[in-house]
Design a protein around this ligand. Structure first.
Ligand SMILES: CC(=O)[C@@H](O)[C@H](O)COP(=O)(O)O
Ligand SMILES: NCC(=O)COP(=O)(O)O
Length: 266
C-alpha cells in the first residue's frame, strides 16, 4: 500500500532575520507564510527564540489567526514559552534546545538528561491541545525517552548528515534510517529537519516512514533568486521524487532480496 505523501513544513525564520537586520516592517514573515502555503507548504514552522533574533511574538500571534494550513511552533522548554503556547495553542509544538551563543540549533534536545521537565512539558502542551514533537538526535536512547515522555512525534535532527559528505554522509544517513525505523516501531510519528537543501533532501525523503520534513534556510536562500513560491514548489517536487525513489528501492529489494537499500547520498 502506498504510504501517505511526505509533507513539507516551511520554516520562515529567516524572512524575519532580514526584517530584524534593519528593524523595518518588511519583509513580513506572515506574508511569506501565506505565499508558501499557496505554493504547497503543508505547514509553517517558526522558531520563537528566547533572544528574539528573528521571529517575534507578534508573528506567532498573527500566524495563529491567518494560516490556512497549520503552525509548528518551535520553542525551548521554558515556562515563558509554555505559557505562550498555552495562550496561542498552535496545532504543533516542537521542543528544541537553545543556547543564546549558538548561530543555529546545534544538538538535539536531551530528553534523557531532562526527562522530568520534558515529560511535564509534553503533558502541559497536550492539555492545551498542541501536538508535541521533540527535536532529537537520531540516537536510540533519545528515541526511547521521547516515547516514554509522551510525545507522539519526534523530529530527527539531520544537521550531522547535512554537514557531512561522502562516506560520513552515508553513515549519517544510515543512522537516520535506523532511527526512523526504531521510532516507527515504537508508534512515533517521524519528522526530520535542519540543514536540508536542494542537493541532500531526496535521500532523506527516501527514508521509509518519514512523515514530514521541516526546511527553512535553504528555501529562503533559494527564494532570493527564484521567488518564494518557486523555491517551495521545487523543494516539494524533490521531496516527492525522493519518496518515490525510496519506495521503488524498497520494492526492488523486496522483489530481489538483494539487501542493498536504494540510492542514498551522491
Ligand atoms: C530546530 C531547528 O533545526 C530549526 O528549526 C531552528 O529553527 C534553527 O534555528 P534558526 O532558525 O535560528 O537557525
Ligand atoms: N526543524 C528544522 C527547521 O525547521 C528548519 O531548519 P533549517 O532548514 O532552517 O536548517
Amino acid at each position: 500500500m502506498h504510504p501517505p505523501r511526505i509533507l513539507l513544513g516551511v520554516n520562515i525564520d529567516h524572512i524575519a532575520t532580514l526584517r530584524q537586520a534593519r528593524g523595518t516592517r518588511y519583509p513580513d514573515p506572515v506574508q511569506a507564510a501565506l505565499l508558501a502555503e499557496e505554493a504547497g507548504a503543508d505547514g509553517i514552522t517558526v522558531h520563537l527564540r528566547e533572544d528574539r533574533r528573528h521571529i517575534q511574538e507578534r508573528d506567532v500571534r498573527l500566524l495563529a489567526e491567518v494560516l490556512n494550513t497549520r503552525m509548528n511552533l518551535e520553542m525551548a522548554v521554558t515556562d515563558e514559552m509554555l505559557r505562550l503556547a498555552e495562550a496561542v495553542r498552535p496545532a504543533h509544538v516542537c521542543l528544541v534546545p537553545e543556547k543564546r551563543e549558538e548561530l543555529t540549533t546545534e544538538g538535539g534536545l536531551d530528553v534523557v538528561g531532562g526527562f522530568d521537565g520534558v515529560a511535564a512539558a509534553c503533558r502541559r502542551l497536550a492539555d492545551a491541545g498542541c501536538e508535541v514533537s521533540l527535536f532529537i538526535d537520531p540516537e536510540p536512547e533519545q528515541i526511547e525517552a521521547a516515547a516514554k515522555a509522551g510525545a507522539p512525534v519526534i523530529e530527527l535532527h539531520t544537521g550531522a548528515y547535512a554537514e557531512a559528505s561522502g562516506e560520513r554522509a552515508r553513515g549519517e544517513h544510515a543512522r537516520l534510517s535506523a532511527a526512523a525505523e526504531m521510532a516507527g516501531e515504537l508508534g512515533l510519528v517521524v519528522n526530520a529537519g535542519h540543514g536540508l537543501h536542494y542537493h541532500n533532501v531526496e535521500a532523506i525523503a527516501a527514508i521509509p516512514g518519514i512523515h514530514e520534513l521541516n526546511i527553512g534556510h535553504a528555501i529562503i536562500a533559494r527564494a532570493l533568486f527564484v521567488g518564494l513560491k518557486e523555491a517551495v514548489g521545487e523543494m516539494k517536487r524533490l521531496m516527492i521524487a525522493g519518496q518515490e525513489a525510496g519506495l521503488l528501492a524498497a520494492l526492488d529489494e523486496h522483489d530481489h532480496g538483494d539487501g542493498e537499500a536504494g540510492g542514498c547520498c551522491r
